[in-house]
Design a protein around this ligand. Sequence first.
Ligand SMILES: *Cc1c(COP(=O)(O)O)cnc(C)c1O
Ligand code: SF4
Length: 357
Amino acid sequence: MPADVGTASVSLTDETDRPRTLRSVAELVDARLVAPQAADELEHVTRRYALAITPAMRDLIAGESPDGPIARQFLPDPRELVVGPGERIDPIGDERHLAVKGLVHRYPDRVLLKPTHACPVYCRFCFRREMVGPGGEALDSRELGVALDYIRERPTIREVILSGGDPLVLSPRRIGEIVAALDAIGHLEVIRVHTRVPLVDPPRISAAMVAALESRKAVYVVLHANHAREFTTAGRAACARLVRAGVAMLGQTVLLRGINADAAALEALLRAFVANRIKPYYLHHPDMAPGTSHFRVTIEEGQALMRSLRGRVSGLAQPTYVLDIPDGHGKVPIGPAYLDGEGRVSDPAGVCHDLMR
Ligand SMILES: *Cc1c(COP(=O)(O)O)cnc(C)c1O
Ligand code: SF4
């Protein structure tokens, strides 16, 4: 947890005078992102859940209203302390499939490797919010070695997904070591990285980071973004550096009330991905993480949004709408069905056609 008892005047720049990540309510007040009267209440929230807002996201929040789509994702909110029915600490059951420390093996052909629990920003709706946070629980080199041995010994594993936390908060040197180790495992075909860094902290995608991600294997970066506004000039350039280096990019989005759960916002986001050479991969139905009910939409609302895209928006921009079934049963598509059991199919306009006639 961050030290949230800031001194009266907190410097907002580091020694090189570059703006730095805001990590306490006092810093949010100083940056005028929250009112001083709200500070006490918000400190209860940040004692429970980590806080971080990068300079890039701070600039976006400063330019919008307090209930704007970027502010809602990153500014703490008292509603986070209200645990709704069905909400749970480990909403998707990762613990159940923990093979060795930092490695989740739920599907035969791929594993999640979590070298760190830190993130560049802490999303207020995060499904791993009970696990993520600064300072804690990075794998040390011995533990990483154990995880790599596990992968080496199992030829059915074809793909390693670096997740966390956000793996790209690690230094290029450490990322380079992990990628090199994976590169040397003969049966691996794909290295996948799940991250928000290219948009929320573009300077981290430095030449050294791009070089660290280089491999003879296929490297996929799955970029988490939830609103078109996240695609700033610097963020788009960071994505372009990855694409130019031969990285394939996919997009993933959490469907969130007040952020992207309306047809116009969702369409703009999906089009922004595609325009930046990023194929939308998953639209996640929100998980049952504690204190996130104010973000949640119903599956019916999600399906209606998916229908609104079909036939109107390029096929390149259509993600698969998925739900992670609680308790570790895995992800399944929950998009609307266009074909019923009687051989009738509805077209994008909602008109039904009988295939049997
Ligand atoms: C989501 C997830 C994956 C990746 O699933 P894909 O459908 O291949 O994107 C792998 N392992 C775990 C434990 C996951 O939660
Ligand atoms: S970056 Fe990912 S893991 Fe980190 S807080 Fe956001 S959703 Fe959670």
